[in-house]
Design a protein around this ligand. Structure first.
Ligand code: ADP
Ligand code: MG
Length: 234
């Protein structure tokens, strides 16, 4: 379970302070599918970085499965990430982990293992099948469509069988139909043993998820569970 208690994140840029998150309280139960929506600059990516143990709050607490991870060192956070968390980013986000070019799809899926030394891993070929790319194992990223590349990124995010899958603007560079495919895939990955959080500024994405959390200026401004929104169906 994910519990944020008064999570605040302040960035200092020169003499200026940016309050990217401002006292966020948020609880997400195991197996939930949640869309976090808000305009650019609302603090969504900052929230995701903290959720994913890539960063820690300036103040407030983050309890992950009952453990306060908000004061852990970089090493301990990295361990938690490699055991519990998978990430999917916008395809063209240069600061994120893009697929490695001139490296086959199947190899791209297993790459993070090589870096993280995770032992308890899942089979990359089977993961590619699970995301509908069973026939494309040997293809290079430039031989795949944007939608297929994002599927490879999703397979890669599943390699450590994460309890939490975080997607930051996963449909950002895709056309509408491809975006819908990716959302359906991500939605189908939530359930009993996996929580999925999708971050977006796109209202269409938000309409698909059962629970929608809205952010503005570093705060949660609404948190709604839609009665008939049975997970994602686009
Ligand atoms: P979103 O993902 O909703 O667009 P972000 O979390 O990226 O929002 O940013 C929230 C605010 O924090 C913005 O004002 C942004 O400029 C600022 N910000 C984000 N990351 C940094 C950083 N590393 N250093 C300074 N300011 C940052
Ligand atoms: Mg962002």
């Amino acid at each position: 379970m994910i519990q944020f208690e008064g999570v605040t994140k302040i960035y200092r840029v020169g003499r200026k302070e940016v309050r990217a998150l401002d006292g966020v309280d948020l609880t997400i139960d195991d197996g939930e599918l949640v869309a976090i929506i808000g305009p650019s600059g609302a603090g969504k990516s900052t929230l995701m970085h903290i959720l994913g143990c890539l960063d820690v709050p300036t103040s407030g607490r983050y309890l992950l499965d009952g453990i306060d991870v908000s004061r852990l060192s970089g090493n301990r956070l990295a361990k938690i990430r490699s055991r519990k968390i998978g990430f999917v980013f916008q395809l063209s986000n240069l600061r994120s982990f893009n697929l490695v070019s001139r490296t086959s799809a199947v190899r791209n899926v297993e790459l993070p293992l090589i870096y993280a030394g995770v032992r308890d891993r899942r089979n990359p070929a089977l993961l590619l099948e699970q995301v509908g790319l069973g026939e494309r194992q040997k293809h290079m990223p430039n031989e795949l469509s944007g939608c297929q590349q994002q599927r490879v990124a999703i397979a890669r995010a599943l390699i450590n069988d994460p309890a939490i899958l975080l997607a930051d603007e996963p449909t950002g560079d895709l056309d509408e139909a491809s975006g819908a495919e990716i959302l359906t895939l991500l939605g189908g990955l939530s359930g009993a043993s996996r929580t999925v959080v999708i971050i977006t500024h796109n209202e269409d994405v938000a309409r698909c998820a059962k629970r929608v959390v809205r952010m503005h200026d570093g705060r949660i401004v609404s948190d709604q569970t839609q009665p008939n929104g049975s997970a994602i169906s686009v």
